[in-house]
Design a protein. Sequence first.
Length: 143
Amino acid sequence: MKRTDQTVYRGARLSGPAGQVLGVVVTVDGVELSPARSLELANKSPTGFEWGYGGSGPAQLALAILLDVTDDADTALDSFQWFKWCEVVNWGDRWEITAGRVREYLKQLHRERDQREKFEASAADDTSTADPLPIVIAERGEQ
């Protein structure tokens, strides 16, 4: 099911009485988001979701959110590492993001890819037709 832009994703670390982290919970409009569907696509973290750093748990979370927002396995697989590094690594103990904001990130990714492809095509065209730069070697006289 494709989510509306108003769909809210939330995450929180669960702490024990001494402040120790007991686990994490991720919800979609108040219902727990399971990693199962994203694990079928790519098993990045069999131990579940995490965030706030660049590891396997944040990768699994990024994949799960993108898959849930878009309902498109190809888009999720193609974009989850980028989304992880742009957003998920920056989240603290509690976070919230809407499906609309996730879609904005995906649009930004497509704009950046288009710009890169145009630049690379332009650079390839320039090097194939440009005259080589002259190399000047100055001789040093012995004194």
